[in-house]
Design a protein around this ligand. Structure first.
Ligand SMILES: [Zn+2]
Length: 196
């Protein structure tokens, strides 16, 4: 069966939204390293996703900080839409943070929430969840924050649509986080399994 594959390059501070059918895959790569971003889909429920994956991984009421390979991302009904197939990086996919937004930047540049809602054609407040790649975090009694984000050249992750879904991806405009070096992201999609 013919497999269609296409790719686009995302400069820092840009985003795209790509409709996928069930079984289609998306691969997101940082070719030069240093650059991360966020992805989302309409209805993505970060909190429920943390809790369902925590149940499945630990067998108890423990929430996960990360969406690791084999984990699924759910909407607010507990319907899985996206599976994390592979994370080729020392870092992980964070499902705690909500992505950045315009108001946190002194120059008012659009943040990932602004970019992704625009790509999806919805109001920013309609975004209900965000997954941030690539991340590693430290936790203390009061909270949780990014540690050094040492994204290596060629780090990638692969997502699989479990049913029709429009997946939106941003290249984060933040150039102040520890370890971040702004560079393009490569987003590839394939009907069926993607080459890697
Ligand atoms: Zn961002």
């Amino acid at each position: 069966m013919a497999r269609e594959q296409s790719s686009i390059t995302l400069a820092p501070g840009t985003a795209t939204a790509i409709p996928l059918d069930g079984g289609d895959e998306m691969k997101i790569t940082s070719p030069q390293g240093g650059q991360g971003g966020d992805f989302t889909f309409m209805g993505f429920d970060q909190a429920l996703t943390r809790n369902i994956n925590g149940w499945e991984k630990f067998g108890t009421v423990k929430v996960t900080f990360y969406a690791d390979p084999g984990m699924k991302l759910y909407d607010g009904d507990g319907t899985p839409f996206v599976e994390v197939v592979e994370v080729h990086s020392d870092l992980r996919v964070d499902i705690v943070y909500p992505g950045c937004w315009r108001e946190i930047y002194a120059d008012g540049r659009p943040g990932c929430r602004d970019l992704l809602s625009e790509a999806l054609g919805v109001e920013r407040k309609q975004l209900t969840g965000m997954a941030s790649f690539w991340a590693e975090c430290e936790v203390d009694e009061d909270g949780y924050m990014f540690s050094n984000l040492d994204i290596q050249p060629g780090d990638y992750l692969v997502l699989r649509a479990m049913r029709p879904v429009t997946l939106a991806v941003s290249a984060c405009p933040d150039d102040t986080l520890p370890g971040i070096r702004p560079a393009n992201l490569l987003v590839e999609v394939s009907s069926g399994e993607i080459s890697r």
